[in-house]
Design a binder for this molecule. Structure first.
Ligand code: NOJ
Length: 553
């Protein structure tokens, strides 16, 4: 009885599995080498078999695609490369029939420079939208208003000839930042969100939301790189007053609807989560990046490699769990379209990628929170074997390369950092089968298909009961069968162990234990931890084989 009511207290999006699709790389039904919305609709059965109930699609609005859709020109239209609004309506409707709700990505910190609002804003200092973006005069010597470096590299300011002023861009210069201080801007953005609520979407992922509030005074920051600039992040991320804007957003869009909002929250750490999520907060969930940053420098400068240990990773994962234990809900993720592949990112040992993928899947699908899978993660890809900087499409990769050269790295060193961390590792086409271009497209794919596609693809893994895909499906069913894995409390075990990440879940009398060996050496644990429980696979009690993971329920 208790268990049933605990489950009933949860919303649909807390009980389901979410899956992120990068539509450009998912499935191309038009033969042009870039994915389509119709391609996603075609694969809804595939998603259903993975237990997916929320389908986050990265931006597919009209866009010049400088940042693959994160530069929106028109939020009310679908970009023709992806199809039409009728295709989107079809996807939403067919998804709903299968219990899969579409989650749109709202890019509200900035627009594309081709957005009509920006074109007008640029045209003079007096037009109706003159104050819709962040405009400032040059310093007396004609240079940019501050020394801020944009997240994609270079100055965060761009000169506009027509207005004779600079505009701020936290990301690329083609992505001017909106001025949230202007109530007309906020209303225009909330109207867009409500247009999509009206279409029946299940929720929103909100892009770069921690940057919307700019500081009251714009001043130079401490120089932190050989380019003489200072990271814009330090000046504009999560500044006082931001939560007032977001409470207004929540009231205008979220309240009264059966949807969820998950914010992308660079710059918020676990200690502040209670103000951001849950009843007192502004979002249902928040993507914070403390764990993805462990394998790289905190400032996300790829060439500045850091050493880390499994316990470093465990500490931040535990902190996020603890912060959301009483208030709010956790969106568990290893991968997204901005990260290298998790089979590479979270391990420092050699070993089979398939086993590593299973270790990560075991943790992700049995932890407390809504698991967010990213396309291909369930197949256990590694990073792609990039051979030259010219093969990359991603603009931030090119900037990181230039930055590394500026820091004194030679070309091979700069390339190595990009091969390791490039966002394009996540963006290579989905590998459906062993046919040409991995069944992604009959046209030439926009990014090269990973070399391993003949062995690593959906069709091959569906035919192999021991594959990562089979394991992810199994875990999805396990989660559906055992309420303790959804609604149970979470508690870490084996805290200081350098090989094993272990935790238990408890709900009423039910208990489950997850043990995941992140090392390629045998590991030991105390069998008393799993007393009275049964493993879901064959395993030797008290011992974990290299890269073995097991769930006891
Ligand atoms: C975060 C998105 O996830 C990333 O892909 C994008 O480049 C930036 N925000 C800018 O919108």
């Amino acid at each position: 009885m208790t268990i049933v009511s605990e489950l009933n207290d949860l919303a649909w999006w807390q009980k389901t599995i979410a899956y992120e699709v990068y539509p450009k790389s998912f499935l191309d039904t038009a033969g042009k080498g870039t994915g389509t919305l119709a391609g996603i609709t075609q694969k809804l059965d595939y998603l259903q078999k993975l237990g997916v109930g929320a389908l986050w699609i990265t931006p597919c609005y009209k866009s010049p695609m400088v940042d693959n859709g994160y530069d929106v020109a028109d939020y009310y239209h679908i970009d023709p490369s992806f199809g039409t609004m009728a295709d989107m309506d079809e996807l939403i409707a067919r998804g709903r029939e299968r219990g899969i709700r579409v989650v749109m990505d709202l890019v509200f910190n900035h627009t594309s420079e081709e957005c009509a609002w920006f074109v007008e804003s640029c045209s003079s200092r007096e037009n109706d939208k003159a104050d819709w973006y962040i405009w400032r005069d040059a310093k007396p010597d004609g240079s940019a208003p501050t020394n801020w470096r944009s997240i994609f590299g270079g100055s965060a300011w761009e000169w506009c000839e027509e207005r004779q002023q600079f505009y701020l861009h936290t990301f690329a210069k083609q992505q001017p930042d909106l001025n949230w201080e202007n109530p007309e801007v906020r209303k225009a953005l909330f109207d867009i969100a409500n247009f999509w609520v009206g279409k029946g979407v299940g929720g929103f992922r909100i892009d770069a939301i921690t940057y919307i509030k700019k500081p009251s005074v714009f001043e130079d920051g401490d120089v932190d790189g050989a380019d003489g600039l200072s990271a814009v992040h330090a000046a504009t991320a999560n500044t006082p007053g931001i939560l007032d804007f977001l409470h207004e957003f929540k009231a205008a869009v979220r309240d009264g609807h059966d949807i969820f909002m998950v914010g992308e929250a660079n710059g918020v750490d676990a200690s502040e989560l209670d103000q951001w999520v849950g009843e007192r907060g502004v979002f249902d969930m928040l993507f914070e990046f403390s764990h993805t940053l462990i394998p790289m420098h905190k400032s996300e400068i790829w060439c500045r490699k850091v050493d880390w240990t499994l316990t470093d990773l465990k500490r931040v994962l535990v902190a996020s769990q603890e912060a959301t234990a009483k208030n709010g809900w956790y969106p568990a993720f290893w991968e997204n379209h901005d990260q290298p592949r998790s089979t590479v990112n979270y391990f420092q040992c050699d070993g089979s990628l398939a086993k590593k993928a299973k270790v990560l899947g075991t943790v992700l699908l049995t932890t407390r929170g809504t698991p967010f899978l990213f396309q291909g993660e369930e197949l256990g890809y590694g990073n792609a074997p990039w051979r030259s900087i010219d093969e990359f499409d991603d603009l931030s990769t090119r900037n990181q390369y230039e930055f590394a050269l500026g820091e004194g790295f030679d070309e091979a060193g700069a390339l190595a950092a990009c091969v390791r961390y490039s966002r394009d590792n996540a963006r290579t086409p989905m590998q459906w089968d062993a046919s040409e271009h991995a069944g992604f497209s009959v046209g030439e794919p926009w990014l090269p298909v990973h070399d391993d596609y003949e062995a690593c693809n959906v069709a091959a893994q569906e035919a192999n009961a021991d594959s990562p895909l089979a394991w992810y499906r199994r875990l999805a069913s396990l989660r559906a069968e055992h309420p303790v894995l959804v609604a149970g409390d979470w508690n870490e075990l084996m805290t200081d162990d350098e090989q094993v990440f272990a935790f238990e879940r408890r709900l009423g009398d039910a208990r489950a234990v997850t043990l995941a060996n992140f090392s390629n050496k045998q590991a030991a644990y105390d069998p008393a931890l799993v007393k009275g429980l049964k493993p879901i696979t064959q395993t030797t009690l008290g011992e974990l084989q290299p890269l073995e993971s097991v769930v006891f329920v």
